[in-house]
Design a protein around this ligand. Sequence first.
Ligand code: NAD
Ligand code: TYD
Length: 357
Amino acid sequence: MKQTIIITGGAGFIGSHVVREFATKYPDYTIVNLDALTYAGNLENLKDVDHLPNYKFEKIDICDAQAVLEVFKKHQPTGVIHLAAESHVDRSIADPSAFVMTNVIGTVNLLNAAREIWNDASTGSAKGYEGKRFHHVSTDEVFGALGSEGFFTEDTKYDPHSPYSASKAASDHFVRAYHDTYGMPMVLTNCSNNYGPNHFPEKLIPLCIHNIINNKPLPIYGDGKYTRDWLFVIDHAKAIDLVFHQGKNGDCYNVGGFNEWQNIDLVKELCQQLDTKLGREPGTSAQLITFVKDRPGHDLRYAIDANKINKELGWYPSVTFEQGLAKTIDWFMDNQEWLNNVTSGDYQKYYDTQYQE
Ligand code: NAD
Ligand code: TYD
């Protein structure tokens, strides 16, 4: 079936991989990338696919309800894959309001626009919903923090702690509420920490790669024993493809890498691999490790039970962490111009305020 899919946040880290996956795998689909190009959005991320005849770009802020409705009327999408968000926990601690606006209000604006063009709101007819789907991309952070044991399943109670995760949890609730109340066809994915090419260097892995290359301190929050489950971004894009096409209407799927690391061990691994790539003496980059003040409300551990998506849809990560990390480091080494561009201007201001203590 031919489809027109609006992908929001397609100029960002994960969104650009999702756009690439869909635009190249489904030449019959029209892919509309809807993105406001905030500090995290970068059309350079799509330079290898933006010439494709089935790719279109719309510069739209999802907080602008009228603009969102107009773009939906113009393109008449059959599907929406919603990734646009403010995504960095530390920024959410500094300014929660931007997260409420984009992550909560922006999501509701998209749901309203989808409802308006898919459903005859005056008669309550759900006929227009046939063959339509709203895929909401969320995070494992909505489930809160785990102790040293156990995993998040699809039934784990929501317990968000940061303004970021609270705003994502609220958006998840709205998507489910539109399903239960208005019959909106939806699927939802909650994924663990991603890493890979085009990752904005404010998150742990790309920040450390950038700083190791430039001989800058590697800030480790608290004692560094916080644990995250890491997934290569292209495997997340493949999971989204599967759930969007084959997930059960109204269902949620956890996506994870079966790959837990304590932050300090992960950073030491990065140091080791980069020492080799940069021709440095073993142990050189590890000297950059600097323990800094902890993040307030820091969640101890995230770990995903991804058995449902594995059993129902046959998804499993296609690369090991060793392979994924090597590809990521190589990409950053080969794309230092990209790194220099995104770390100029406002980035430096953010970075200096963040780590001045
Ligand atoms: P990102 O910060 O790299 O990119 C976000 C994109 O959204 C950018 O292109 C930005 O320009 C766009 N955007 C932001 N505000 C907008 C607005 N008001 N209107 C239109 N566009 C706007 O984020 P990411 O890391 O690629 O995450 C994408 C999605 O995946 C988010 O919803 C995030 O919550 C979710 N997620 C991320 C991770 C992760 O590890 N990064 C893990 C699980 C889930
Ligand atoms: P991050 O990449 O910001 O992702 P999230 O907070 O969404 O999990 O952080 C990953 C982990 O690394 C988290 O425990 C916080 C920690 N961290 C540091 O220790 N130092 C840093 O400079 C950053 C950005 C994160």
